[in-house]
Write a protein that binds this ligand. Sequence first.
Ligand code: SF4
Length: 429
Amino acid sequence: MPARSTDAAGRDRSGKSTPAALDAATLDPASIDALVHWYARTGRDLPWRRTRDPYRILVSEIMLQQTRVEAVVGRFERFLVRFPSLRALAGAKPQEVLAEWSGLGYYRRARNLHRLAQQVLQQHSGRLPADPDALRALPGLGEYTAAAVSSIAFDLPCLAIDGNVARVLCRLLALDVDPRRVATKRHLHRAAAPALQRHSPGQLNQALMELGARVCLPRSPRCESCPCASACLARQQGIQEHIPPPRRQAIRDVQEAAMVLEREGRYLLFRGQRPGVLESMWEFPTLDSRLMTASRAADPQRPTPSGAARTSGTRELAEALQRHLSALHIETEHLELLGAIRHGITNRRILCHVFRPRIARFPSQLRIGSRTRDAGWYTPAEIRNLPLAASARKITDLLADPPASAGAGEAGKATGRPDLRPPPPEATL
Ligand code: SF4
């Protein structure tokens, strides 16, 4: 196989670090010395840095998961006053632990910490194990937290790689690779091994964390204040802001079905029918894959619709729509496929089939999903003044100008008429 051509920094033609460059990466000893001295001089005085007690360090590491340092500072000592030892924590009731955790969020951490304390009491005579593998076997402890506790509390030579540490090391070594990949972590462990032998592992890990939190920031790293600046390969090559490379999210193609429910020249729209980015936007009633699954489970026996909806791969969507309408107690005579629109939400490319059910009978009171915040019947002119999801805007355009082939001609004509009628008196939902 021909050798891959690389530049002086060991990157291939696409600009990526090659496996050979990853293998050759080593941390400059002098800059690591400077980093550790910088941390000893300027590191923040945080409550958990004043102790080597494994239980206290464990509590701090669990609290710091997904939570800002400032939020943890105010709660760390309070938790330890309430549960001063692992034995005290193990003996508490779950609701007492949750109450003390209140406000910190991610309550699974509190439940796991409680279970961990009970497990350590039963299996390790109440003493936290030092070995990272033994720590990882305990509830709620992943690779990073186990390495952090092993190194900080027991000074074992483990590199604790969180997002901050990975970013710092990749920049020092000018590795423009995904830091979450197992192969990258393996290279970082290997590159840092000599430094873990030369310095206290706990101090080195905390120095790297501190640099990532205060100086080597994700955007606009403050290289002019960095103790490692003279040996930082990313800075030398001017690529520090491109490391780590941005995450590329895979684009997913999905299909959904929207329905145009018309009554007296007004159309039914929902607000907040789906969680996430569309939570505050108005949409036509829409079935995405989640609702389709629920609909299928609710009424698996519903017969197949007739007419245009049978064709071109939309049959399953039409069936799901029929089931959904049935669950809403809306009786339909016919389900017309009006057309399709395309739109995108974050990493989803969506093909939305738009159906217009011909309604035989509406229930006196329309039932809407428990999550839906609002519902209303609106004229096309009113719809255009609502905060609309992109799909709703496109469907409104479709209603105003339906494709020539759309379903029955009668329904196509109805959508184009001007809305001059007053709102129906029974417009309550
Ligand atoms: S020199 Fe800049 S990019 Fe390099 S480690 Fe320091 S802050 Fe980060």
